[in-house]
Design a protein around this ligand. Structure first.
Ligand SMILES: Cc1ncc(COP(=O)(O)O)c(C=O)c1O
Length: 358
């Protein structure tokens, strides 16, 4: 096979090559059974081991205490927008921090079941940063935030103190990319398809106290307690999806866990932002203090050159660099599995493009 292209897609996104090779190797014979993982029962002994390992690895990597449950659900982070609101707001009030497209979607679902207070917003700054002042309500059932906005490329560097009000975070695009203190949150959720696997699995980390507040009147599938009690096996889960998550988590552990992964992520983002800061030809959209280390959103001063840039990038082996359709411009998503070498090669390409067109 010729050299694989560098994959900058925002999600589903790049996976570690070693993980994909392992999937390929085991595909026709999972766990010595002679069956493929895609034809394996979710009640089998082999898959039971996978599920338990995925849960344990999640706890280890994120340093999660026994006060929390870890479950693997379906429906994406998008279903969590609704499930969080239906379970914990249920006709009452919740605070939401508005930071961009994904926060907006969470807010929209919140409004279908209760009273949403926008406790802070950076809309007036075109979502180029996260807010720094908050107007929390004392009677909110929870505060919801989006730790990393995948489309506009901004990320919380520190999280607000919400006192006794539970903090709930959508961490879809920066889950397990850096060390965080899980105890600051009562719930964290994330679609797996960026940093920890492929689509079809949603990780939910939820504090035991939060579960006691859930809305008992909801249909069975929409209650967290259902999935907790049945250890993510109430219905047929994405067997291959959880199997892949478990392999990626193993890769994270083998590569030094959060500390080492965060260090590399910092380095990758720093070289790219340093380059953007050093040129007049390109410019980054996020304000420095809120820059995402996962999704680097930038433009060429002469916007007309961007289509050509995307085309030439592709021809040179850099795929998925076009910005989100709602925003335009360019975006380099450099999740955990994206190598530092790929970022450096991409910068060489950018320099070359600048030389030819600047
Ligand atoms: C921050 C964030 N939240 C939520 C979602 C929606 O996730 P899903 O497609 O898994 O529902 C995405 C998808 O890209 C995202 O980036």
């Amino acid at each position: 096979m010729s050299k694989r292209p560098y994959n900058f897609y925002a999600g589903p996104a790049i996976l570690p090559l070693d993980v994909m090779k392992k999937i390929q190797k085991e595909f026709l014979d999972f766990d010595g059974t002679g069956l493929s993982i895609v034809e394996t029962s979710h009640r089998s002994k082999g898959f039971d081991t996978v599920m338990k390992q995925a849960r344990e690895r999640t706890k280890k990597i994120m340093n999660i205490s026994d006060d929390y449950h870890v479950v693997f659900l379906q429906g994406g982070a998008s279903l969590q927008f609704s499930m969080v609101a239906m379970n914990f707001m249920n006709g009452k009030k919740a605070d939401y921090i508005h930071t961009g497209e994904w926060a907006k979607k969470a807010i929209k679902e919140g409004k279908t079941v209760g009273d949403v207070n926008i406790a802070a917003s950076s809309e007036d700054k075109k979502f180029s940063c996260v807010p720094d002042t908050y107007n929390f309500s004392s009677d909110a059932q929870y505060v919801h935030l989006t730790s990393n906005e995948t489309i506009n490329g901004i990320q919380f560097q520190a999280f607000p103190d919400t006192g006794n009000v539970p903090l709930v975070a959508d961490m879809s695009s920066d889950i397990m990319s850096r060390k965080i203190n899980v105890n600051q949150f009562k719930m964290i959720y994330a679609g797996a398809q960026k940093n920890i696997g492929t689509s079809g699995v949603t990780l939910v980390v939820i504090h035991k106290d939060m579960v006691t507040r859930e809305n008992a009147k909801l249909p069975t599938m929409l209650k967290y307690s259902t999935h907790i009690e049945k250890e993510s096996l109430y219905n047929t889960p994405s067997v291959i999806g959880i199997y892949i998550v478990n392999l990626v988590l193993g890769w994270i552990v083998d590569n030094g866990g959060m500390e080492a992964i965060e260090k590399t992520n910092n380095e990758k983002a720093a070289v790219l932002y340093d380059y953007l800061d050093s040129t007049e030809f390109y410019y980054g959209l996020a304000e420095k203090q809120s820059r995402s280390k996962m999704n680097i959103v930038f433009r060429i001063k002469n916007n007309d050159l961007e289509d050509q840039f995307v085309e030439q990038a592709k021809a040179n082996g850099f795929i998925g660099i076009k910005g989100h359709r709602s925003l335009g411009g360019l975006r380099a998503s450099i999740y955990n599995a994206f190598p530092l070498e790929g970022v450096k090669d991409f910068i060489s390409f950018m320099k070359d493009f600048e030389k030819k067109n600047g």
